[in-house]
Design a protein around this ligand. Structure first.
Ligand code: SF4
Length: 373
């Protein structure tokens, strides 16, 4: 077994200056007072950013111009600039490429469904986990995103939905509400633990302290950093945990998900059980189905057995047909193989469905985010 040089905390070089969304409500009040302003200015700023969804200080006209300039400079530095947005699926999927203050590129993907709108956000620029089938993993980790850089992806998408800039179910752009957040964009969220947890709190606190999205509608997805899963459980939040397992056996998983060399399947599933017990929520197991790699009937049977043993009924398997990435030799399993895999997992007593994949044609689907300018 090889110990992998895993990069869990990237150098701080390149991190953006402090922003309102990095701070708790109490810290915002302190910061405002330290700038010589009245504490209630913190509430005003929060109202503009988290409730009115504006990051443009010029629009905060209830704050006197002199104070506004000072507060904007110190607490609302520009974070993310849109480089381009690509639409597909009739306009109901939009991938946005963002440039951070230091030139770092990152992506988020907004998907509108008849009954909800989901934003897939990035927690790091690049990723250090090196999963060989994933476009993001091929470039390595550039840096962690700050809490505010994570939150600002959500604020922008919430504004797009509120302003009716995305087509609704009937194809016409109508106002809607951003309802769900998944940390399934670029990066391993639990490798940027502190900032991601702070971002979840900011995203889920009621407005104007935060963006007011229900904790139960937020999913944190991990490749299986077992100690961090347990730590997340101890935060006592109601977020859903998704574990990218991709195969039930250590032999193949050591290759498919290299972090498995550090925390093997049994340890990951034990941590997932702890999370399910503490949160009372079912854990999602993500399984990218790859032709002739992890799609054999015996793997379906083993998966069902292990999940039953470790998680009982507190689990649901999402099978994801592998999305093609440029230059990759790996491909999705044929449909009959996929159907048989799903059938066997269900027959083994574990709920299993195929996840609808959106955004393939604009390289916005799972494992395709590479943030190319
Ligand atoms: S699959 Fe997820 S954890 Fe693995 S390299 Fe890609 S982004 Fe990182």
């Amino acid at each position: 077994m090889t110990a992998l040089p895993l990069v869990f905390d990237a150098p701080r070089r390149g991190m953006p200056p402090r922003h309102l969304a990095d701070l708790t409500a109490a810290e915002r009040a302190e910061a405002v007072v330290a700038l010589g302003e009245k504490p209630f200015r913190a509430k005003q700023l929060s109202h503009h950013y988290f409730a009115r969804l504006t990051a443009d200080p010029e629009r905060m006209t209830d704050i006197p111009a002199a104070s506004r300039a000072r507060l904007a400079q110190e607490l609302m530095p520009p974070l993310l600039t849109e480089v381009r947005a690509l639409d597909c699926d009739g306009g109901s999927t939009r991938k946005t490429l963002w440039r951070a203050h230091d030139g770092t590129l990152l992506e988020s993907v907004l998907m509108r469904y008849p009954d909800r709108a989901t934003l897939c956000i990035s927690s790091q620029a690049g990723c250090g986990m090196a999963c060989p089938f994933c476009a993001t993993g091929q470039g390595g980790l550039e840096r962690n995103l700050s809490t505010a850089e994570i939150v600002d992806q959500v604020r922008s998408a919430a504004a797009v939905m509120r302003d009716g800039l995305m087509p609704g179910p009937d194809g016409t752009p109508t106002p809607g509400r951003l309802s769900n957040i998944v940390f399934m964009g670029m990066g391993e969220p639990l490798a940027n633990y502190r900032r991601v947890v702070a971002a979840v709190r900011r995203i889920t606190e009621p407005a104007p302290e935060g963006l007011g999205i229900a904790q139960r509608s937020v999913t944190v997805s991990t490749v299986g950093l077992a100690p961090a899963i347990r730590r997340l459980a101890d935060e006592r939040m109601q977020v859903r945990l998704a574990v990218s397992l991709h195969t039930p056996d250590d032999e193949l998983r050591d290759t498919l998900v290299p972090v498995n060399n550090r925390w093997p399947v049994a340890e990951v599933l034990a941590a997932a059980r702890y999370y399910a017990d503490v949160s009372g929520r079912r854990v999602s197991i993500e399984y990218a189905l790859i032709r002739d790699m992890n799609d054999q009937p015996w793997r379906a049977d083993l998966l069902a057995r292990l999940l039953r043993e470790h998680l009982g009924h507190l689990v649901h398997v999402n099978v994801i047909p592998l999305n093609p990435t440029p230059g990759s030799k790996w491909d999705a399993s044929p449909k009959p193989v996929e159907r048989e895999f799903v059938r066997r997992v269900n027959a083994g007593g574990v709920a299993c469905t195929v996840r609808d994949t959106r955004g393939q044609e604009i390289a916005a689907a799972c494992g395709q985010l590479a943030a190319e300018a």
